[in-house]
Design a protein around this ligand. Structure first.
Ligand code: NAD
Ligand code: ZN
Length: 357
């Protein structure tokens, strides 16, 4: 038995208003006059958060377009622009949802590793540490702040750059930054965390490490989405910690059916991760009966719309392509259904499931 030697984030600061410490936190990591580059989610153009960024010297804010999930082409272009403008940078600080955090991680790695980010989609292909990188979430749920991956859509696949060099050197968890997220977006991203917990806790890879974090994260998700009747300051902090703990849970286990199926949707249709997971979870009663029942309750209680009929009118070829992407997620299926998963989840069954979405 080979046990995973998990690399995690180096430093964490948590607390309402902790964003104000950013200048002080990054100061020791400045290299001469090479700039710190702030990747700020384009949602914050013209918003107060932009003017709170502690710019010094040649530091620059780059507004990142996260209309679509990050692509290897986008990562390569951002890295090339920074190299052309500055040669080197002191660090990259991602501020935003999971997409902005992933862009920051990936570009940090591509400032030092040669070639295209597409060359590193897979497991442990990244050879060199990237530049200093910091993650500051403004949405909570994905666990991207703690994970050792950055999910990218490349020319041939949607797959992360999974490596020990991928986790952030520093994260700043400031619950105040998520307080104004719109209820729908907050729910979709929050459900990513809920689904991480269900998939981890119901999976065959489960162990006490993952279980400890998964149970805590699930408990926090229930506090905010099941028990409370209105959102408050405490909810921001609870959801932020749920995302962290949920991320730690899957880091030492794996996700499952909802993610494996939703990856196919996002590869073919560009469906975003959070909402895609929700669309799939709505139909997984055969796999996660209690989780799906509670999920439906939360959808209703929080008055959220989950899209339906998104696979209507797809061609046979398109279904095949989604099935191929999904079936390729072997560890996810094995975690969900066990070693003999291929006997349980046949192409026909998966096709029938996609038909329902
Ligand atoms: P997101 O980053 O894609 O952002 C969704 C939308 O919300 C965007 O329009 C964004 O501009 C906006 N937004 C961000 N913060 C906001 C705020 N405070 N108020 C209002 N709007 C705000 O959403 P997400 O769900 O956090 O992240 C999904 C992404 O994360 C996907 O690209 C997915 O692949 C990735 N992901 C990564 C990991 C990982 O481990 N690296 C895990 C899960 C998901
Ligand atoms: Zn997820």
């Amino acid at each position: 038995m080979q046990f995973r030697n998990l690399k995690i984030v180096d430093h964490i600061v948590f607390g309402r208003g902790s964003f104000n410490q950013l200048d002080e936190i990054i100061a020791p990591h400045r290299k001469g006059d090479f700039p710190m580059i702030f990747f700020l989610d384009h949602f914050f153009i013209g918003k107060p958060l932009a003017s709170r960024i502690p710019l010094r010297g040649k530091d620059k804010i780059v507004y990142v377009d996260v209309t679509h999930e990050p692509k290897t082409k986008q990562v390569d272009a951002l890295a090339a622009e920074l190299k052309a403008e500055f040669g080197e940078v002191s660090g990259i600080i991602g501020i935003g949802g999971g997409s902005s955090l992933d862009l920051a991680k990936a570009v940090s790695l591509m400032m030092t590793n040669p070639g295209s980010s597409a060359d590193y989609q897979g497991w442990d292909l990244v050879k060199l540490p990237g530049v200093y990188k910091v993650g500051i979430p403004t949405l909570s749920g994905t666990g991207a702040e703690v994970s050792r991956t950055t999910v990218l859509t490349g020319p041939t696949r949607k797959l992360g750059m999974n490596s020990d060099h991928t986790p952030f050197n520093q994260i700043v968890l400031d619950p105040e930054l998520i307080k104004n997220a719109p209820a729908n977006q907050r729910f979709y991203t929050g459900m990513d965390c809920y689904i991480h917990c269900i998939e981890s806790l119901e999976g065959t890879f489960l162990n006490e490490f993952s279980k400890s974090y998964g149970e805590k994260a699930l408990d926090l998700c229930r506090k905010v989405f099941v028990e409370k009747d209105s959102w408050d300051e405490e909810s921001d902090a609870q959801l932020m910690m749920a995302s962290y703990a949920g991320g730690m849970s899957i880091a030492y286990s794996q996700v499952g059916v909802a993610h494996a199926v939703s990856y196919g949707l996002s590869y073919l249709l560009g469906t975003k991760h959070g909402i895609g997971n929700c669309i799939v979870m709505n139909h997984l009663q055969d796999y996660y009966p209690a989780g799906v029942e509670e999920f439906k309750f939360m959808v209703e209680k929080n008055k959220i719309e989950i899209p339906t009929g998104i696979c209507a009118g797809l061609t046979e070829e398109q279904f095949e392509s989604m099935i191929n992407v999904s079936m390729g997620m072997k560890p996810l299926w094995e975690n969900a259904l066990g070693k003999d998963w291929e006997k349980i989840m046949t192409r026909e069954k998966l096709r029938a499931l996609y038909d329902k979405l």
